[in-house]
Design a protein around this ligand. Structure first.
Ligand SMILES: [Zn+2]
Length: 371
């Protein structure tokens, strides 16, 4: 009997919520008693004035929906997400919202509801974050001040702040970061850069499924999970300040928070996620900004070209190149714009320094002065 009553109650709720979720009923007024600024997309919320429902009630409601003759899958899904964020910190909720924007049909009522949750819980969430997460124990925290185990790249576009305009990172030769090891030794199948209209933010290295993949530098595993197009992916935060990402793995052999030494096994190669054929997609990033791995790795000899990396902020992001590189030796496929953007300079400056003009032909082996 009790369960019938329950279902009855929740059927009533369901009618109200379902209509709201479908976006057919405009909501007259958003509760603004908290007076916290909140972004609202359209006027629909998942719940109309029902944010006082307890977590237990929400679970009961969700359960009751699954017993209906034709369960409203979409709504159940959204309820599931809404319930899940109650155990998350700020960064994780924002990452969830970001991922909703990538769906084919963006669930604005749910996003509004999540934003309302954040607005209503601002204080508790903040406290939660400062109480529980002490990021100072993580590698290179002075650059990041955050530790996110959910999203491979949680850093916004403005993460590289002004004081960072020129940074030198000592990549190897320190007690905590003694060496570099190539993650996989095999053929390079795709370079960094624009590829059929999309930016390829790493390089692809050929491998066979089950081949071992090792971490390039020592550090701590930040992400080890299945994530969208990356498939099974591992991200390691290194003591030298960089983060490296290993995608399309067949098996993951580490977990977040685990310390790893350069050369230590992190997973087995595969082709999970959006991948054609087994390979390793390898990225090197600093504060979320991708760096061309071939700017620091001598691919033939599986070594770093220099132990110190210079990072220079540019108009469009930043450039990473080995310390002491004043001259650049032109390679097959190079063009002025590419060299200029790799080194954070402009075609004009390159032309002036080298007494050439922008239409000059470059020949392989030619030395160009960079700075
Ligand atoms: Zn790739």
């Amino acid at each position: 009997m009790t369960s019938y009553t329950k279902i009855g109650t929740f059927l009533f709720l369901f009618t109200v919520l379902h209509i709201t979720a479908l976006g057919n009923t405009p909501i007259t007024e958003v509760k603004r008693d908290t007076a916290i600024a909140q972004v609202v997309y359209g006027s629909d919320f998942l719940f109309d004035g029902m944010d006082s429902l307890s977590t237990k009630e929400l679970y009961q409601y969700k359960d009751s929906l699954t017993y209906l003759n034709s369960p409203p899958k979409e709504l159940i899904n959204q309820l599931h997400i809404y319930l899940k964020i109650r155990t998350m910190d700020f960064n994780q909720i924002y990452a969830t919202i970001d991922s909703l924007f990538e769906l084919n049909t963006i669930p604005y009522p749910l996003i509004n509801e999540l934003n309302r949750y954040i607005a209503n819980h601002q204080e508790t969430l903040n406290n939660f974050e400062t109480e529980i997460i002490d990021t100072s124990q993580y590698p290179a925290d002075h650059y990041y001040h955050s530790w996110n185990t959910i999203t491979p790249n949680p850093y916004g576009a403005n993460y590289l702040t002004t004081p960072d305009s020129v940074i030198e990172l000592q990549l190897i030769g320190t007690p905590r970061s003694p060496e570099f090891v190539m993650p996989v030794v095999d053929k390079l199948t795709s370079k960094y850069g624009w590829r059929s209209g999309r930016m390829h933010k790493g390089i692809d290295i050929d491998l066979q499924v089950w081949d071992t993949v090792v971490t390039a530098f020592s550090g701590m595993v930040r992400v080890a999970r299945n994530y969208k197009g990356y498939g099974r992916v591992v991200v390691v935060r290194h003591f030298n300040g960089l983060e490296t990402l290993y995608a399309h793995l067949h098996r993951i052999k580490v977990q977040p928070g685990q310390m790893v030494q350069a050369g230590e096994l992190i997973g087995l190669g595969g082709s999970s996620g959006h991948s054609t054929g087994s390979h390793l997609h390898w990225e090197i990033r600093f504060k979320g900004h991708p760096i061309n791995p071939l700017n620091l790795v001598d691919y033939q000899n599986h070594k770093l070209t220099h132990s110190t990396l210079v990072l220079r902020k540019t108009k469009h992001g930043f450039a990473g190149y080995p310390k002491g590189s004043i001259f650049y030796v032109v390679q097959n496929g190079d063009y002025l714009y590419k060299i200029a953007s790799d080194y954070g300079t402009t075609v004009n400056k390159l032309c002036k320094l080298n007494d050439i003009n922008r239409n000059s032909r470059l020949s392989v082996g030619q030395k160009l002065r960079i700075i």
